[in-house]
Write a protein that binds this ligand. Structure first.
Ligand SMILES: [Zn+2]
Length: 104
C-alpha cells in the first residue's frame, strides 16, 4: 500500500484542496473526489525516508527521489536509463517510471 496525494482540479470541498488516499499501487488512480465527486488529479509524492542514504544508495534500493527545482518542475536525482532527468507538471512523459521501481 502507498499513500497518494490528490488535488481538486476545480473547487475544493470540505476535505480541502488536497487530500491523501492510501491505496495499492495496482489500483487505478482516482479521478473523482471520494467526498464531493468533483474531478481530481493525483500528485506525485514520496514517502519520507528516514535513513541517511545518498542519492545513489536510494537508486540502488529502487527509490526515486524528486527534488523541487521550480514551480511544477522536479529534478529526478535518481533517474535511471531512459528516464527523464526533469519532471514537469502536466507532462506525463517526464514522470519517473514508478511502476518499474516500486513493488507492493
Ligand atoms: Zn472533494
Amino acid at each position: 500500500m502507498a499513500v497518494y496525494e490528490y488535488e481538486h482540479i476545480g473547487e475544493p470541498c470540505d476535505i480541502g484542496p488536497m487530500f491523501e488516499v492510501t491505496q495499492s499501487i495496482h489500483d487505478d488512480q482516482l479521478t473523482k473526489c471520494p467526498n464531493c465527486g468533483n474531478p481530481v488529479k493525483r500528485l506525485i509524492s514520496l514517502v519520507s525516508i528516514s535513513c541517511p542514504t545518498g542519492n545513489s544508495g536510494l537508486k540502488d534500493l529502487g527509490f526515486t527521489k524528486l527534488v523541487k527545482r521550480d514551480d511544477g518542475v522536479y529534478e529526478n536525482v535518481t533517474a535511471r536509463d531512459g528516464e527523464s532527468k526533469y519532471m514537469h507538471k502536466g507532462r506525463p512523459e517526464t514522470i519517473p517510471h514508478f511502476h518499474k521501481t516500486i513493488k507492493d
